[in-house]
Design a protein. Structure first.
Lengths: 389, 600
């Protein structure tokens, strides 16, 4: 579909699927880490004012005012903005979006340079959940990842966050070149010491266009062995469950009730608004992604023109299939009845047709009126999910 | 048309010495095509030929040229330039009185120059040596002419010197064609007799038969007869290649053109056949040609079973235009229903396969190619083996024979030792060496065809840094200590991976093969043993450990489209696999036998 064919900023039709979630992308970091392929510019703070102006234009392209249950400001490093800039950002968003009472308002942050001031500002604008890019408590691993903080700094930041925000989440990475199993266990152990109720673990991937990818191609860096990665992932599952933070999604662990509501919108294939470079939205059954090139996005919006990378109108069949692969990411799986009400089709039949062998070999199961991955299945989730596409 | 004003000729050359370029120039300079119509290398009208710059099928064109006040009719019959297509060269030459032997001014005489020149000498043609590319910064014209004399025994003094690319001295080519090549010697009053030297299938017109008239003449409406096939039919249309099909009223002695009849099936027209009149036939047919012999075979299977019929249709269509390609239905436990296809050589195989994949958009599994073998069983019967699966139990075999080729290498003198070593390693029998000058030598070996078809050419090019050339002809079958090597994947024999190997190299081949397969087959959820076996004896083994993790524990924010695309890509990769029991074997793995040989 050509981006010009649809108006992705058309107001959502009023229906039970209209978006009740908002994502905003803040594309600034101090330094680009070697493995990172997110949409961002490193060390280009002078672009922030133009970014904010462009963001304002993009947000205002949408008519009307909306109530949302969740807001998520991601990056990049949103907390790389100054307090003034952060306030301006909030002003832009809150002029058009209102968070319902008891709504979730998350911001991503990095331990380095996370000042008390910015935390207070965040709290002031209503942020009640902070997601910290801690990644590891092993200084060697942090160095490999080119992160700008030390374990000690991370510790201090977590402690202060816990005081300020109702919800604190930590991001941790495994499968890092040179990272040992013991190092990973120690990181999990350290994370458990804090009263945090949400942890995300990411297996490192080598994305095209990153420094890591190039080094891999040149043979200067090694991927972690398959078996080690599996063991690390398994360790996260068991250790965190024991600490009262069980897995609820492929990459996420939470105490009961502390699941990230915003991300759950994605996995349940519900709609959401999104703004900022590289941001992906789902409105009126259309998935669209903004230009990933930060300056192009800024340039376009400063001139009042939209900057889209791609637009995809999903057919009913595609919506259905997508709901299956996304729903399988959740540990509880897909509720057969809910699925039937929404798509007028039987998810068990779809599974029997597309993934019979996984049901037989025990990677998938149907239990408690849910279709879900088994524990074994979670390790091979991509294999299983691909069969539903 | 007066036969005195007709010349029928071919251009023969080693590949890349400029045959197509010269043909283009002749068409352009004579006004057969205009500058505007000029497409480079107009005679190579198949896409793949254009792509690879190789002429596969012989083609023909009629050129009018005014010389000293008279209009001559020059018929250029193009010939393929690759070893695989020798057969097509000889049948084109039979329709000519003369040939231009084109030689690169720097590269000089090469292996196919020799092979093609000999074919022309055998066909009793008048040969005009033409040194091409004289515009190059560095040429060795005098040495090249010496080579023409010493190697080919041709007189180099009157050789032409041209640049086909720059259009230099093209007039001298026309002049030589007219002055030095003899006109055809047909008799107009004799009964009509013409040679079928090619044919092609046209969707709208049926079979287009390419003929060269020897005696008598033919008109529209005549009732003609193909002598060997015994088929009679009315001439619906006849004409000449200018360069498209242009109808005319009559074809007379010496003329080259086409005939359309009611015949719709290409296989009813045999190349080399003689056409005559049904009512007043010629007494004797012209000497025919030998049928081409397929020497390389491979299995072609549709990726999923439903593709069988459409694969059959496509192969049928291809064979309409390529009578030197054969196919027979076969079955494999591993791959289901497919076809065993026969080719003149590896290049021919690659071209057919590409045509299927590219032009017909088919998803194919191709097994590793093998040469054809002969087995004499205990009862003394000779079996032709085109497929390793057909090899009987060892106890049944009295003699296992393989095809032997006489291979001519032309290499820089420095590389003679390396070539000899390479040939020795491949069970070659040394024949002789001849120096073509101080710097180059011709080395002749007899080698098993199986040792050369797959990669000898690549090896030769690499050891001679591109300067070596080779050519070969099959001289017969010889007994050797050959055995069938099977492959077991997870304990089960995958018939499509069986190969025939020489016993002395079987251990090495077996190890290389299982090692290769280990890299081709993805990890599964269980361990997979890959074994090579001769009879019941396991000679090599590798194990693919179970894969234990395939999950991208990452969420890409809300960019669901991206995540989906990654999964789709993974799925697309899977589509090109064949499910074999619980193991998925990617298409490419079936060619491992070939790759394993190259790895060594
Ligand atoms: N310099 C130069 N290059 C030539 C000449 N004739 C052909 N070539 C080049 O040689 C290559 C092979 O020519 P081609 O006609 O395809 O050779 P074929 O394989 O014998 O048909 C092409 O790149 C031509 O452009 C020539 O007279 N001079
Ligand atoms: S801090 Fe995070 S977003 Fe920024 S470059 Fe590093 S990994 Fe990427
Ligand atoms: Mg050519």
């Amino acid at each position: 579909m050509k981006p010009s064919d649809v108006d992705v900023y058309a107001p959502p039709e009023n229906s039970h699927v209209s978006p009740r979630a908002l994502y905003v992308h803040v594309p600034f970091c101090r330094h680009r880490c070697g493995y990172c392929d997110f949409t961002l510019v490193a060390d280009k703070d002078d672009l922030v004012p133009a970014y904010l102006k462009a963001l304002e234009n993009e947000v205002n392209r949408l008519d009307g005012e909306y109530e949302v249950d969740t807001i998520f400001i991601g990056g990049g490093t949103p907390t790389h903005l100054s307090t003034k800039q952060m306030e301006r950002l909030a002003e832009i968003l809150l002029s058009r979006f209102q968070l319902t009472a008891g709504g979730e308002f998350s911001v991503e942050a990095n331990p380095d340079g996370l000042s008390d001031d910015i935390m207070k500002t965040l709290s002031g604008i209503g942020v009640n959940r902070i997601s910290l890019g801690v990644q590891s408590f092993d200084p060697e691993v942090l160095k490999t990842l080119e992160r700008q903080h030390t374990p000690v700094e991370a510790q201090a930041v977590i402690e202060r966050s816990v005081d300020i925000f109702a919800q604190v989440s930590l991001d941790l990475i495994f499968g890092v070149p040179g990272q040992t199993f013991d190092s990973w266990i120690a990181t999990l152990e350290a994370a458990r010491q804090f009263p945090v109720r949400h942890i995300s673990t990411y297996g490192l991937t080598f994305e095209k266009g990153t420094d890591f990818y190039r080094r891999l191609q040149q043979g200067r860096i090694q991927v972690a062995p398959d078996d080690l990665e599996r063991d690390m992932y398994a360790a996260a599952m068991s250790q965190l469950a024991r600490a009262g933070v069980p897995q609820y999604e492929i990459s996420n662990f939470a105490a009961v009730g502390a699941e990230c509501r915003h991300n759950t919108v994605y996995w349940q294939a519900n709609e959401y608004f999104a703004f900022g470079p590289g941001a992906a939205r789902y409105v009126n059954g259309v998935r669209s992604t903004n230009a990933r090139n930060v300056s192009r996005w800024i340039h376009c919006w400063l001139n009042g023109k939209s900057a889209l990378q791609e637009v995809e109108q999903l057919s009913d069949e595609e919506k259905r299939r997508e709901a299956v692969f996304l729903g399988l990411r959740l540990v509880e799986g897909i509720d057969v009845s809910v699925f039937r009400d929404r798509f007028s089709s039987d998810v068990v039949e779809i599974a029997n047709a597309s993934a019979q062998q996984h049901l037989q070999t025990g990677l998938l199961e149907i239990a408690d009126n849910h279709l879900r991955l088994t524990l074994d299945g979670r390790f091979l989730a991509d294999t299983v999910m691909a069969d539903f596409l | 048309m007066d036969a005195r004003l007709i010349r029928n000729f071919s251009i023969i050359a080693h590949i890349d010495h400029g045959k197509s370029t010269l043909a283009d120039q002749l068409l352009l300079k004579s006004g057969t095509i205009t500058e505007r119509e000029f497409r480079s290398q107009i005679l190579d009208d198949l896409d793949i030929e254009r792509d690879r710059g190789i002429t596969v099928k012989a083609r023909s064109v009629t050129i009018d040229y005014v010389y000293q006040g008279e209009t001559y009719e020059l018929n250029l019959i193009d010939t393929p330039g690759h070893v695989d297509f020798h057969y097509e060269v000889s049948r084109s030459l039979a329709a000519c009185e003369g040939a231009l032997l084109l030689i690169d001014a720097f590269q000089g005489v090469q292996a196919q120059t020799v092979a093609n020149a000999y074919a022309a000498i055998e066909a009793d043609l008048e040969i005009v040596p033409v040194v091409n590319k004289i515009d190059l910064a560095v040429t060795r014209i005098d040495e090249v002419l010496d080579e023409v004399e010493t190697v080919l025994g041709l007189d180099g003094t009157d050789a032409l010197r041209v640049s086909a690319k720059a259009g230099m001295n093209i007039e001298s080519v026309f002049e030589a064609i007219i002055e030095r090549l003899p006109p055809p010697a047909g008799v107009a009053k004799n009964p009509f007799k013409a040679l079928v030297f090619d044919s092609k299938y046209d969707k709208y017109r049926g079979v287009v038969t390419y003929v060269r008239v020897v005696d008598g003449s033919v008109c529209k409406g005549d009732n003609i007869r193909f002598m060997r096939e015994g088929v009679s039919s009315e001439v619906i249309e006849l004409g000449q290649f200018r360069p498209g099909l242009v109808p005319c009223d009559e074809l007379r002695p010496g003329q080259v053109g086409y005939i359309l009849t009611g015949v719709k099936e290409l296989n009813r027209i045999t190349i080399g056949d003689t056409v005559t009149m049904a009512r007043a036939p010629a007494a004797e047919p012209l000497p025919g040609y030998q049928k081409p012999k397929q020497m390389v075979f491979c299995g072609m299977y549709p990726l999923d079973a439903t593709g069988f019929e459409s694969l059959r249709d496509e192969l049928q269509k291809l064979s309409l235009n390529d009578s030197s390609f054969s196919f027979q239905p076969e079955t494999s436990d591993a791959l289901g229903f497919g076809f065993r296809c026969g080719f003149l050589g590896m290049l021919h195989m690659e071209i057919v396969q590409q045509r299927l994949e590219r032009e017909q958009d088919m998803d194919l599994i191709q097994t590793a190619p093998n040469v054809t073998y002969e087995i004499v069983n205990r009862r003394g019967d000779v079996m032709v083996i085109d497929n390793p699966q057909d090899v009987p139990d060892a106890g049944e075999i009295q003699e296992f024979k393989e095809p032997i080729a006489r291979v001519t290498f032309i290499v820089p003198a420095d590389n003679v030792g390396t070539i000899m070593q390479l040939s020795q390693d491949r069970r070659g029998i040394y024949k002789n060496t001849e120096f073509l000058g101080p710097q180059r030598a011709q080395v002749i070996y007899e080698l098993p065809l199986s040792e050369i078809v797959y990669d000898m050419y690549d090896k030769l090019k690499s050891v001679t840094r591109g300067y070596g050339t080779m050519d070969y002809e099959i001289i017969g079958f010889e007994a050797a200590d050959l055995v069938k090597m099977d492959v077991l994947v997870k304990g089960e024999r995958v018939d499509a991976l069986s190969t025939i190997v020489h016993r002395t190299t079987s251990d090495r081949r077996g190890r290389a093969l299982v090692k290769r397969l280990k890299t081709e087959i993805n990890k599964h959820q269980f361990e997979i043993a890959i074994q090579a076996a001769i009879g019941a004896k396991i000679i090599a083994r590798e194990t693919i450990s179970a894969f234990r993790k395939n999950v991208t524990a990452k969420c890409y924010g809300g960019d669901i489209s991206r995540k989906r695309k990654l999964l789709e890509k993974q799925k697309a990769g899977k589509k090109r696999m064949k499910q074999f029991g619980a193991v998925e074997i990617p298409q490419k793995a079936f060619l491992s036998v070939l790759e394993a040989n190259r790895d060594e």
